[in-house]
Design a protein around this ligand. Structure first.
Ligand code: GAP
Length: 547
């Protein structure tokens, strides 16, 4: 039931986003382009405000972080050096009956979730014990993990209760099978054993959700980068890629920025920009797109100080999210047990979407992998000379810096913001049925800060309202509306998240006062026109988020 409500809520957010001009399907009149979306008039405003919040927090509030804007096209060797040409693949599999294509690992993850759903029957204490045990197993060496599999795999294996005190027999047989599959899948992915992935799909009886059959092709690797030809003639021209992450534009400019900006380690380079991935399955609206936007920052540190800065950024980034007023239990860290070969620590900041906890942002300790790779592939030194003195009183000297990366998907942050703000309120009283749809956006993020309404279209009220708008529009994004009854105009602004509505009436002409209505409380008060700028300015100030 809860699942149904969540599905319903998610559907409502999607249709609300379209109805009020936040997000449209790309090329909709041609039936759309899968996993590509356009931001409408209010979506563009909200997106810009999220970018501003990130940019101010990361660049403007840090003396040692600067921002750049690098090109989408980069030299093809960049992607060889970064490992994307050889390793940025998803394993995919087709169902021969439905002709649908799936990511093999996602099919298996769905199966694991299905088996783990039995955890709902565990007591909270036993569930926590199981999760600790699961982390322990997943943290073992590959050989250590593989050794556990046979004992877990078989549903019927009887386990010694003394050894597994959290066992709840009826459900445990499914849960342990889930754990066996998780381990086997991880090992197969790590060793890129595609035949093994196929075997798991067959052996664990994974079926296609459309055809309901298990008539599968073999698993193949599918590179996620989009490529195109560079140069006028297709023949003889070079293949270039649309960047799959913005980070590499930062790495290749490391020395340019360090030298021209006279940056001293530790320092960061940030950028916001488009990234492109030919996702095998794109789904859940703007959650997984083929063209999307990232906000990334690479923080260059002394080798040996990487762990300290990783912890710093982990905390700082969660604080950034929480400042928006989201309830803390909606967020959690997901520390990676399995690390990419170049990382020595990684965590995801996850948000509880209606379809479960999912990654919004990644914080990765990438060691000196990227700069060292670029040094090797370009033949140019990517080193920094550190003339600060170490504990022995000698300069740290030349080294390739280590990097902590913070990488957040702007579109995911947008979706999170919409979901979090969306509320359908029942305002019915004994005498009257009533409701409203509200976007409870933080005022600093709201597309419009203030809506200005003349009570009627005559008696000089529109002129007075326009005069107020002309004074406020330099500082705030305002909207003027004179159509429909006041109540209807209020509802429309509630639905797009405008924190203030100002009504100009006949009294305004006499004493230069207006009524101001507050979006969340719906309270109205009479105030002097001269105080408007101050009131709106205080509520919508970036200081509320950044201080
Ligand atoms: N430079 C590191 C990097 O790109 P990632 O985990 O692949 O790491 C970072 O991506 C963030 O970008 C994710 O946390 C997610 O918010 C966003 N992201 C990744 N793929 C996406 C997609 N297909 N659609 C929308 N957002 C995506």
């Amino acid at each position: 039931m809860a699942q149904k409500n969540n599905d319903e809520q998610f559907k409502n957010v999607i249709s609300h986003a379209k109805e009020y001009g936040f997000v449209f399907q790309s090329s909709e009149i041609y039936d759309g382009l899968s996993a590509v979306y356009d931001y409408g008039q209010l979506g563009a405003e909200l997106k810009n405000n999220i970018k501003t919040y990130w940019w101010k927090a990361m660049v403007q509030m840090h003396e040692n972080i600067v921002g750049i804007d690098s090109a989408i096209f980069m030299h093809p060797k960049v992607w060889k050096a970064s490992g994307h040409v050889d390793g940025f693949n998803d394993p995919m599999i087709d169902n021969k009956d439905s002709k649908k294509r799936y990511r093999a690992d996602q099919l298996l993850e769905n199966k694991i979730d299905e088996l783990y759903s039995e955890l709902a029957n565990f007591s909270e204490a036993n569930k926590a014990k199981f999760e600790a045990f699961q982390q322990e197993i997943l943290g073992l060496s590959d050989e250590g993990q593989a050794a556990w599999v046979p004992g877990f795999k078989d549903e019927e294996t009887i386990l010694d209760h003394a050894q597994y005190p959290f066992v709840e027999e009826a459900s445990w047989k499914f849960v342990k099978k889930g754990l066996a599959l998780e381990v086997e899948m991880n090992l197969a992915l790590k060793s890129e054993n595609l035949a093994q992935l196929k075997d798991l799909i067959v052996n664990y009886k994974v079926i296609c959700p459309i055809s309901k059959t298990s008539n599968w092709t073999d698993v193949r690797q599918f590179n996620l980068m989009f490529s195109t030809q560079f140069g006028a003639m297709a023949e003889g021209s070079d293949e270039v890629y649309l960047r799959p992450e913005t980070a590499q534009g930062i790495f290749v400019n490391f020395l340019n920025v360090q030298k021209s900006g006279r940056m001293k380690i530790p320092f960061g380079i940030a950028q916001i920009g488009k990234a492109f991935r030919n996702e095998v399955i794109a789904r859940q609206f703007i959650m997984r797109m083929r063209e999307f936007e990232q906000m990334e920052m690479q923080f260059f540190v002394r080798p040996g100080e990487d762990k300290k800065w990783f912890e710093y950024w982990k905390e700082a980034r969660l604080k950034w999210h929480r400042a928006l007023g989201t309830s803390p239990e909606k967020y959690r860290y997901h520390d990676h047990v399995k690390l990419a070969h170049y990382a020595n620590a990684a965590t995801d900041i996850e948000f509880e979407f209606p379809f479960g906890f999912k990654e919004v942002e990644g914080i990765h300790s990438r060691t000196d992998f990227d700069l060292t790779q670029h040094q090797e592939f370009s033949g140019k030194k990517m080193q920094y000379f550190d003339n600060d003195l170490n504990e022995e009183g000698k300069p740290y000297g030349n080294y390739v810096p280590y990097v902590i990366e913070t990488s957040i998907g702007l579109d995911r942050m947008f979706l999170l913001t919409m979901i979090n703000a969306f509320e359908e309120q029942d305002l019915s009283t004994e005498d009257k049925q009533d409701s409203r749809t509200l976007l409870r956006l933080h005022p600093a993020l709201a597309p419009y800060k203030v809506a200005i309404f003349p009570l009627t279209k005559k008696d000089g009220l529109p002129e007075k309202a326009r005069e107020i708008m002309d004074a406020l529009k330099f500082d705030f994004n305002c909207i003027y509306e004179e159509k429909d009854a006041i109540g209807k105009r209020y509802r429309r602004q509630d639905a797009v998240g405008t924190p203030f509505c100002i009504t100009v009436d006949h009294q305004s002409l006499e004493d230069n006062t207006v009524t101001i209505r507050h979006r969340d409380s719906m309270e109205q008060e009479r105030i002097a026109i001269a105080d408007l700028s101050d009131i709106i300015g205080k509520a919508t100030s970036w200081k509320n988020l950044l201080a």
